[in-house]
Design a protein around this ligand. Sequence first.
Ligand SMILES: [Zn+2]
Length: 390
Amino acid sequence: MPDHRKLGRELGLFDTDPLIGAGLPYWLPDGAIVRHCLEEYVRDLERRAGYRHVHSPVLAKRELYEISGHWAHYRDDMYPPMDVGGEQLVLRPSLCPHHALIYRSRGRSHRELPLRIAELGGMYRAELSGVLGGLGRVRAIQLNDAHVFCTLDQVEAEAAAALALIRQAHDALGIKAARYRLSLPGPGGKYVPGNWDEAVAILRSALDGLPYDEVEGEAAFYGPKIDVQIADSAGRESTLSTIQVDFHQPRQFGLEYVGADGAKHRPVMVHRSIIGSIERAVAQLIEIHGGAFPAWLAPVQLRLLPVSAAEMPYAREILDRCGAVRAEIASEGSLGARIRDGRLAPFQAVLGPREVAAGQLSLRLRDGRRLDAQPVEDALAWIAAEARRP
Ligand SMILES: [Zn+2]
């Protein structure tokens, strides 16, 4: 497996600048295309699974994290507060407290539950510079996050549904889990007291039938987790997807719903991420595909190769007709060199006098296959169908 840091720079997907800082990569146009396609995929998947999307700010008052418990249990990973007009603001270390407040913004009935709130949002981690590299570990994270607010009876089904969604997305993206991990609390005062045994039992049931390891000391401070681990090109393991059961934050924020009995009850929060951070997910996709992205993710889907200057007007005419198909003209250098340069593109088309005369396109696929020449309209429709999002 190639290293995404090397390949990502070679392919012009992302880069860093010492003036921006370590762990703060920026995305170049081709990288931004891959990222946006992935974001659209996951938002659509979530919408179809009954999630509602929200947006919330990346900053909040320090007090919010004192209530959530992050300030007491997670402060070492947070940036120091900023004094602004007599208030202390912090860059958020997670999205959960904002979502808890969105839940609390009005009265809730049991009929609304499970309430699934999702966001692709920014969060920040004060990683030491020694551990940073490429997209695998960054200081500014775009997280595919969601919180399911539900009754105790619903938690197991919600955790199982989240796990099924994770597996569906990994299949669609070609991601292979290195292992499933049930992350339990360990010794030490890092964890809040509470219903840990109950939460662990729920996650064990959700994992039923899958091979997994139980590892102490890897839980969140507020609850146990299912972590889906992936391996990078160097064999290093990290967490991509996660499901967490949390009784703590609903209690801290005083979350309630009115039950069928007319009385007030406390919901449970299931935290879950399908593809983890966008940064880590793209790092993984670069490595598993070696830069040869599936057509729906490829920054350039069709490369047009005019044999000579005489075919340039025809190439431009086709480019204008490409619509949603992402195409470019490659006209510099020998034809053989251009075909080789484009070996990662899903589709290439050599444009010679014959294609111009017939108004046709002859497609070459990445695996070396060549399709018969066909009318431009048909070829573009075929590419659009091949490049449809899973
Ligand atoms: Zn959360």
